[in-house]
Ligand binder design. Structure first.
Ligand code: SF4
Length: 93
């Protein structure tokens, strides 16, 4: 299978989310550091007619590839240098 075949498979597997309420509003949905924008985007997702399809698509994607408000969830890029939660107990050297 060629790279083109892989790309076409990915394109055809993507759901049609052109009826999503986020269409044309990437500034609002990508503003994860703006609480008012996040609140507004989450509200639009809750009213969106393609929420189910969008959530299924988001669940099928690698989490690190997602950014912004998507299907009623907030995805932020991992911060450089931060690897998971802090340990609950101190390490013994
Ligand atoms: S659920 Fe939210 S992110 Fe998904 S298409 Fe609708 S408005 Fe956009």
């Amino acid at each position: 299978m060629s790279v083109l075949d892989d790309l076409l498979d990915a394109i055809y597997a993507a759901p049609n989310l052109t009826r999503g309420l986020c269409v044309g509003q990437h500034d609002l949905f990508d503003a994860v550091d703006d609480p008012a924008a996040v609140e507004r985007a989450l509200g639009l997702c809750a009213e969106c007619k393609v929420l189910t399809e969008c959530a299924a698509w988001a669940d099928s994607q690698p989490r690190r590839s997602l950014y912004g408000v998507i299907a009623g969830h907030i995805y932020r890029e991992p911060r450089p240098g931060v690897r998971g939660r802090p340990r609950k107990q101190k390490e013994t050297a």
